[in-house]
Every structure is written in C-alpha cells, then in structure tokens.
Design a protein around this ligand. Structure first.
Ligand code: GAL
Length: 411
C-alpha cells in the first residue's frame, strides 16, 4: 500500500464515529433510567449507541441471546456480564483487551482491588465495572408494618416469621416474591447467610464443601425456605421482580427480599426512602452479598467499533458518571472516591456495611445473580432451590439433590 493511501485510510479510521451495540437486560423502570444515562453520556461524547435490550430480570434470557449471537459470528460490541461469565468468555478468547484504556485512566488506582481482580483475565483487563449492588436487602412498606405494630424490619428469621404471621392474619401478603429461579435463589442465599453466617456461606456456597452442604445448618436453611413458601401469595409463579417490588410499593405486600436495584424502582416511581419505603439489610450476620455489573467488550472488526469500546470503557468509570448512574440504579459506585453526598440512607448504609464486611471476611459474592460460581455450578444450586421451593420436597431430599446436582455439574 502506498503511503498516501495508508494515510487516507488511517484518517478515515481516525474519523470513524465511535459505535457500540450494547447487549443488556436493564428494562425495568429504574434499570432503564440508568441504562439511558449511560447512552446519553456516550452520545454526548460523539458516540453512536445501538441499543440491544433483552427483557428478563437476572439476565438469563440475555445470556441465551449472547451465546447464539457469538455462535453465529455476530458478537455484540459490549455486553453486560458478571465476573464468572466474563472469565468463561475470556477463556474462549472472545473478549478484547482493555489494558490501554485501563493504564491511561489508572484503573488499578481508582478501583478497589477486590473489583479489579474480577475484571482481569490472566492479568489483563477484559471488562469494566459500573457499580456495586448487594442482594442481602429487605424492602418494606412502613404503613403496612405500622398496622402490624412495628416500624422495624426484622433482624433475624425467627422475628421475620412472627411478623409475617401477624401480617397474614391481617390479610396482607407478608412476602412479595417473583417465582423465577434466580429470585428464589436470592431468597435462599439470604437465608443461608442469616442462619449460617458468613463462614458457613463461604464453605457451603462458594467452596461447595460437602460437610457444610450436608450439615444440620443447611437443613435448617431449607426448613426456613419451606416456611417462607407459606408467606407468598398464590400468584407468585413467574412474576417479574419489579412487579413484586410494586406490590410492596402499593401496600399489597409488606416486604420483598431483593437486591438494591429494587431501590431504583422505588426512586423511579418518585418514592422517598425512610418515608414511603424502608430499606434494611436482611438478617445477614454482618455479611454483605455483593453483585457487580460490568461491561465486557467482545472481539469485533472495525475502527468505529473498537473506538466505541474504548470510549464506553472510559466513560463508565468517569467520576460524574459513576454518581449519576448509581443514583438511578440503586447501587453504589464501583470507583473509589466518588462523593457520596447526593446518595440516600440506603446507599450510605450499603457503603458502611460493605466496609465493615471487608474487615470481617463477610464480603461475599451473590450466587443468585451469578457472581460466585461458573454457570453450571450456579445452575445446580438454583435448580435445586427452585425444585424444593415449588414442591413438597423435604429439606433432606433437597440436600441430597443439591449434592447430586453439584457432583454432576462438576463432571
Ligand atoms: C442482576 C443485575 C442487576 C439487576 C437485576 C435485575 O443480575 O446485576 O443490575 O438488573 O439483575 O434485572
């Protein structure tokens, strides 16, 4: 190629409009607002954003779409992913290296080490984190609780059960739940943490230690799941998580155990924390079940797309953007040092609990939203939890199924 042609091509490339096609599953009220903030920031910086939302809380529908897109050689430029999935895709050589942006913008310095490690494959950045969510939260309607004679969200499962019975006697649905496997798994992990504590959670759900899985404590966990089954309404099957949040909002139900993306729903509906709704850590024994949303960039051709990936990666960790996005999403910033003065009491509590949990080894990844284990192992746990919750299976049968499913998944 002669020099002038090369220069001409290079300048076309340099002028290419940074373009991203973003595959994500942020389609509820609060989620969509947060996703729109990212789109707006990207467009304000000259980028072209092609939106590819796949409805379905928890993202399993989005992950199915992603697999078929990659298989057919049509990977999206940027994808909302969790760390274990990021590692699986990186292992297959599907992800682009983000080291250049990371070095330029000093990601090693602006990210807590616990997060940056989750974004690196083989020592190289392949994804960028946008937030820190937690799943060990109870969202409650204060007026409904007041009628049952309390202003406090229960701080252990026994008290939860007592309050739930009082509420039920008053004709209120104690627990708003969406009967989808990942939502039942969130309930389960909260019970594991509340009954077993942080060390047990680590042993049972992260190390998959057989003694812990077979223990009396695990039996008590499934017993409590059976009790909780009695506190949900008859129409819970298949319900979306945000519809369960709406039940708390409008006083049809008293409480929901859900990640703090639920706060995004309350905020999007103009509700005020502490007044219209209560947020409280679930009985969690000083643990903190974290969940970080990240974007991984897939290998794609074209200067416009590569520039788009770099621009998006850089914007996501911008200080101002981290504030704007997380205020809408219900999460707290992934980036260190973002001013917290605009954040509400739920977010401030989350930050405080996160710090405390890190000092006591209680900062643990959520299994229910795919942060803890490779997909096949998560699947084994989630399937068992759902099978137990939606049948008459005994706690012992659930434990047997759990061990068997995990063994099969490990093969
Ligand atoms: C999680 C995700 C959250 C939230 C939730 C419900 O997997 O990390 O950001 O969107 O699903 O869709």
């Amino acid at each position: 190629m002669c020099t002038s042609t090369f220069i001409a091509l290079a300048s076309v490339a340099a002028q290419a409009q940074p373009t991203v096609e973003v595959l994500h599953y942020w389609t509820s009220g609060g989620e969509a607002k947060a996703a729109a903030a990212l789109k707006k920031d990207f467009e304000a910086h000259g980028g072209k954003w092609i939106d590819s939302p796949v409805a379905g809380g928890g993202g399993s529908a989005a992950m199915t779409v992603l697999r078929s897109r990659v298989l057919s050689g049509d990977a999206p430029t940027a994808v909302q992913l969790k760390s274990p999935a990021i590692m699986e895709w990186a292992d297959q050589g599907a992800l682009a290296n983000l080291d250049d942006v990371a070095q330029k913008e000093k990601w090693d310095d602006i990210l807590p080490k616990r997060l940056s490690t989750l974004m690196k494959y083989d020592g190289h950045y392949v994804a960028v984190p946008v937030n820190i969510h937690r799943t060990d939260m109870i969202w409650a309607n204060p007026d409904v609780l007041a009628k049952a004679g309390t202003s406090e969200v229960p701080s252990n499962w026994d008290d939860f059960n007592k309050l739930a019975k009082t509420l039920q006697a008053q004709g209120v649905i104690p627990l708003a739940l969406g009967g989808q496997p990942w939502q039942e798994a969130i309930l389960f992990e909260n019970v594991v943490l509340g009954i077993g504590g942080t060390e047990f959670y680590q042993k049972a759900l992260i190390d998959l230690d057989e003694d812990a899985l077979k223990s009396d404590t695990m039996k008590k966990v499934f017993d409590q799941m059976r009790v909780l089954r009695g506190f949900v309404d008859a129409d819970f099957s298949g319900r979306d998580w945000n519809l369960a949040t709406a039940m708390v909002m409008n006083g049809k139900a008293a409480m929901q155990v859900m990640g703090d993306w639920a706060k995004g729903e309350f905020m999007a509906a103009g509700k005020v924390p502490g007044k219209d709704f209560l947020c409280s850590a679930s009985p969690s024994n000083h643990g903190y079940l974290f969940n970080t949303d990240s974007f991984a960039m897939f290998h794609v051709d074209g200067a416009d797309k590569v520039e788009g990936q770099n621009l998006l990666a850089s914007l996501i960790l911008g200080q101002k953007f981290q504030e704007t996005f997380n205020l809408l999403k219900g999460s707290i910033p992934a980036r260190l040092g973002v001013p917290m003065d605009k954040f509400d009491t739920c977010a401030l509590q989350s930050e405080k609990d996160m710090q405390a949990s890190q000092e006591s080894d209680g900062f643990l990844p959520s299994v229910g939203v795919d942060m803890a284990l490779p997909g096949n192992l998560t699947g084994a746990i989630v399937d068992t939890v759902t099978a137990h919750f939606n049948s008459e299976m005994s706690s012992q049968q659930a434990i047997d199924m759990l061990i068997q499913s995990l063994d099969l998944a490990k093969e």
